[in-house]
Design a protein around this ligand. Structure first.
Ligand SMILES: Cc1cc2nc3c(=O)[nH]c(=O)nc-3n(C[C@H](O)[C@H](O)[C@H](O)COP(=O)(O)OP(=O)(O)OC[C@H]3O[C@@H](n4cnc5c(N)ncnc54)[C@H](O)[C@@H]3O)c2cc1C
Length: 513
């Protein structure tokens, strides 16, 4: 998350230092899913194409397969629109399924090209002091020393030492399961090539777990549950992992080259506070999500996307520092919701596996697991309620299922709906930049926007956007730099200048933004 935060800082013209204790990016392929909202953020940061280039081929993104073993009875399949590498009507970007060891270097490469960023791999950070005026950090490494920063983003992972140092606890269920992750090369074509899938869950007692394709060829990752004890963990050496993979594939002679083994504990916890003084928790330091559904990294990317423009506004004196308090108000409920849904997915898988153990039919449980892989509402439909949004009193959309279904809407707090403009060359989301932007069909908003240092785009009123954004001709939406609607004037305003002045006074506590 440090890399994403650094790239956001560079985008907003904020000089920043990134400190990472390891000498390189992760070797372990843990996170795979960059959902379409994350890819929208990556599009703005200029790395969308590079990430697409390392994505799994589309055929592998469309379903989850449940089986006894990979050679045994198939229990069912579930289609997975959320992972699909096809552009949907809801977003200009398709999701990318890849692996963290492959996409982190893309972010690192991009960060190292930014003149405003000081990227220090191989440096350990120790926080010496944090108060309302900044943070003092001791760095150990080739370019070590003491550094003072106006703000500190703690992106130090689930076990965050900074969170502990700040005395911030977490809430929610812990120790929900313990897993061995084995990363390996094997040719499973005979078992999977006829049914490419995002995930293959196996339920057989001797090989219960999951197979995750990493490149659609021979790189695989499997997760195996164990009891969490140090002895059991130690027993999972290469030989034991190979035995498990052979049991779960049902192929006792399968050739396997183990590349790495790691372990992790499943939690569904969220930090009690996201901020103390000048320090902000982001990513896994702020929330620890079960990996079922692939929401963890995406939730973290959305955190930094929410926070960094606010930091930029405060650092440039375009806003009162109170704006920074809305980071926690806006992001914490999203993390709780996503953690709970990830836990639901984990329970769905357990129910399917239990049905097999109990000799019951698993098909109905597979049918109940639809939300695992179908989450357009969760990724695009959430909204913010805070002092950085001006409620217009309109009712919230009521999707049939808030996880699966997304209803585009430009109600304040929601992400601006996507619509193609200029014959598909541009998305409405491409109009969102470093400053607030006013979107209207009327040029009357142009001058007012300039007065308030906001951008303004006048769109053709007959193109469908008025209806999509819930506007009458002459109305306008004011969109924040993170693409969420700050205010909506459904009806034309007599004094656009006065209307915008009131918006920025309320949101930023300033007369101009
Ligand atoms: C098995 C597994 C599968 C997953 N699958 C998915 C998925 O499919 N999709 C998804 O969205 N998410 C997934 N996740 C979650 C995802 O990996 C995490 O959400 C993501 O890596 C969090 O990023 P982060 O930067 O917040 O934390 P981390 O990736 O943990 O990074 C923290 C970094 O901080 C560094 N650091 C810590 N302390 C210091 C210090 N004092 N000084 C300097 N550096 C320090 C660490 O070395 C580390 O590199 C999965 C997680 C697991 C365990």
């Amino acid at each position: 998350m440090g890399l994403a935060a650094a790239l956001e800082c560079a985008y907003f013209g904020v000089p920043a230092m990134l400190v990472e204790r390891h000498s390189g990016t992760t070797w372990h392929p843990k996170a795979r899913n960059l959902n379409s909202r994350t890819m929208e953020i990556m599009r703005r940061l200029g790395v969308e194409r590079a990430l697409q280039a390392v994505g799994l081929p589309g055929a592998w993104t469309r379903q989850i397969v449940y089986a006894d073993t990979l050679s045994g009875a198939e229990l069912g399949r579930m289609s997975t629109g959320g992972f699909e590498s096809q552009i949907s009507a809801a977003s200009p970007c398709a999701a990318v399924l890849s692996s963290q060891d492959v996409f982190e270097p893309i972010w690192r490469g991009r960060a190292e090209q930014q003149p405003l960023l000081d990227v220090r791999y191989g440096h350990q950070a120790e926080i010496l002091d944090v108060d309302g005026t900044g943070a003092v950090v001791r760095l150990t490494g080739a370019r070590g020393g003491e550094v003072r920063a106006r703000y500190l983003l703690a992106a130090d992972g689930a076990g965050s030492a900074i969170r502990q140092m700040l005395g911030v606890g977490v809430e929610g269920p812990k120790n929900l399961g313990h897993f061995i992750n084995v990363y390996y090369r094997a040719n499973l074509d005979r078992l999977v090539a006829h049914r490419p899938a995002v995930l293959y869950f196996t339920a057989h007692e001797a090989g219960r777990g999951v197979f995750q394709p990493l490149d659609g060829r021979y790189r695989w990752l499997s997760q195996i549950a164990y009891d969490g004890s140090a002895e059991a963990r130690a027993a999972f050496d290469g030989e034991r992992c190979v035995r498990w993979i052979r049991n779960a594939t049902g192929d006792p002679a399968l050739k396997i080259d183990v590349l790495g083994i790691s372990h992790w504990t499943m939690n569904a916890t969220v930090a009690k506070r996201y901020r103390r003084d000048a320090a902000f928790l982001v990513g896994d330091a702020a929330h620890q999500l079960p990996p079922t559904g692939g929401f963890g990294l995406n939730t973290g990317i959305a955190d930094v996307h929410n926070l960094v423009w606010k930091l930029a506004y405060v650092l440039k004196d375009w806003s009162d520092p109170g704006l920074l308090d809305t980071y926690e108000t806006e992001r914490k409920p999203v993390a709780r919701f996503n953690a709970d849904r990830a836990m639901d997915n984990s329970r769905s898988v357990a129910r399917i596996q239990r049905a097999v153990t109990d000799g019951a039919a698993a098909a109905s449980e597979v049918a109940r697991s639809r939300r695992y892989g179908n989450f357009r509402g969760l990724e695009l439909g959430y909204s913010y309620h805070s002092a950085a949004v001006i409620d217009d009193g309109s009712p919230a959309p009521q999707p049939e299922d808030p996880v699966e279904d997304y209803l585009p809407c430009a109600r304040p707090g929601h992400r601006l709906p996507h619509m193609w403009l200029e014959g598909g060359a541009l998305s409405t989301l491409d109009l969102v930049g470093r400053r607030f932007v006013v979107l209207s069909d009327s040029p009357r908003w142009l001058e007012a926007a300039v007065q308030h240092s906001a951008d303004c785009r006048v769109l053709p009123g007959n193109g469908g956007f008025l209806e999509l954004f819930g506007l009458e001709p002459g109305g306008a939406v004011v969109v924040r730099p993170d693409g969420h609607v700050a205010a909506r004037f459904a009806a034309p305003s007599e004094f656009p200048g006065g209307a915008l002045a009131a918006v920025f006074r309320e949101l930023l506590n300033t007369t101009t933004s």
